[in-house]
Design a protein around this ligand. Structure first.
Ligand code: SF4
Length: 345
């Protein structure tokens, strides 16, 4: 969870006041925005240029990348030279940037000799189950995910689906709850109002299941629509696999049994959110023909071009992805430093 249980790193311990999805008011919860980035800036080796947009990654005639052309906050085009370029726009903007950097040498986009840039877009197989109880349970009086049920996280095809899921106790705030709660058949009107009036008597799970990589779930460039910089906008295509539906239904049924066994008077389902954890689209592979980057996140095609975000994921796993993305980035940073000192890149 990366939340301080005691005073650490100049930040206080968690006060368990809840509603962390709005951001932590006291800074107990880790966030690069107020932890690593200010420290990195203080070294004098990092400069953040906010409200800038990369227009394309440039390369020389040998195919090595040489820097990025970007629009600064005033809309002026700037060329930033670079010995190494690390793309970190995650699963939608990173493939978009590589595809938008197509050139006569790389007509299908950078790092795309395999044709895998933009393919296998994954989120997680999700859904919500919120039970109402007779008496108040005050779910919001805690961190946002105070517990996890791991019972069904392993692969067991006997359940009727492949891969696994976990149930995360998730404390939603009222605005989120009112947007997604879907009681009864209508999901609207009196029944919704009654359920929301029971907010302090509610507790629930968020389903976080492994979403299979499917090549037809992808990010491509729109053929005609452009953004304010004149760049083709991304088109994101994502649809459930039958495995997702089976897994979600299994999770709905087990959650309902669990809540009814402890006295729930009513169980509501929340539909899957349209996007949750974006993963895949520049996947890691051992062989260049199967993916975009190697185990260090280094592109198979261009040695000094790296992908440093969740688009490297080959599968989505059954866990929230942030800490894995961070671990991969730290490992990659060590690799880049080593390769630069040896003048390999
Ligand atoms: S409960 Fe959440 S928002 Fe409140 S102090 Fe703890 S981490 Fe921060």
């Amino acid at each position: 969870m990366a939340i301080n249980t005691e005073v650490r790193d100049g930040r206080p311990s968690c006060q368990v006041n809840g509603f962390c999805m709005q951001g932590c008011k006291i800074g107990a919860k880790w966030s690069t925005m107020y932890t690593e980035i200010p420290k990195a800036e203080a070294t004098g080796n990092v400069e953040v240029r906010p409200q800038s947009m990369v227009l394309r990654i440039e390369h020389d005639k040998t195919g090595k990348v040489t820097g990025v052309l970007y629009a600064d906050k005033d809309g002026n085009q700037q060329l930033q030279k670079a010995r190494v370029v690390a793309v970190a726009g995650n699963s939608i903007e990173s493939p978009r940037m590589l595809l938008n950097s197509a050139s006569s040498m790389f007509p299908d986009g950078l790092a795309n000799s395999s044709g895998q840039v933009g393919q296998n877009y994954m989120t997680h197989t999700t859904g919500g189950v919120y039970a109402e109880f007779e008496k108040p349970v005050h779910m919001y009086k805690s961190t946002v995910v105070p517990g996890i049920v791991h019972e069904w996280k392993d692969n067991d095809p006997g359940r009727g689906h492949m891969a696994g899921y976990e149930l995360e106790i998730l404390h939603l705030g009222l605005p989120f709850m009112s947007a997604f709660l879907n009681p009864g058949k209508s999901g609207w009107g009196r029944e919704l109002a009654d359920s929301l009036a029971n907010y302090d008597k509610m507790a629930g799970f968020w389903i976080c299941g492994e979403d299979m990589p499917v090549e037809s779930n992808n990010v491509t460039l729109h053929p005609t629509e452009k953004d304010q910089y004149g760049l083709p906008v991304p088109v994101v295509y994502k649809t459930d696999h039958i495995n997702d539906t089976r897994m979600r239904n299994h999770a709905y049924d087990r959650s309902t049994e669990l809540f009814e066994s402890i006295g729930a008077t009513k169980v509501n389902y929340l539909p899957p959110y349209p996007a949750s954890h974006n993963m895949g689209t520049n996947r890691m592979s051992e062989k260049a023909r199967d993916g975009v980057v190697n185990k260090w996140g280094q592109s198979h095609d261009i040695r000094n071009l790296f992908v440093s975000d969740g688009s490297q994921f080959t599968t989505s796993g059954t866990e929230n992805p942030t800490l894995t993305i961070v671990a991969l980035a730290i490992r990659q940073a060590d690799y880049i430093a080593d390769q630069m000192s040896r003048r390999e890149i």
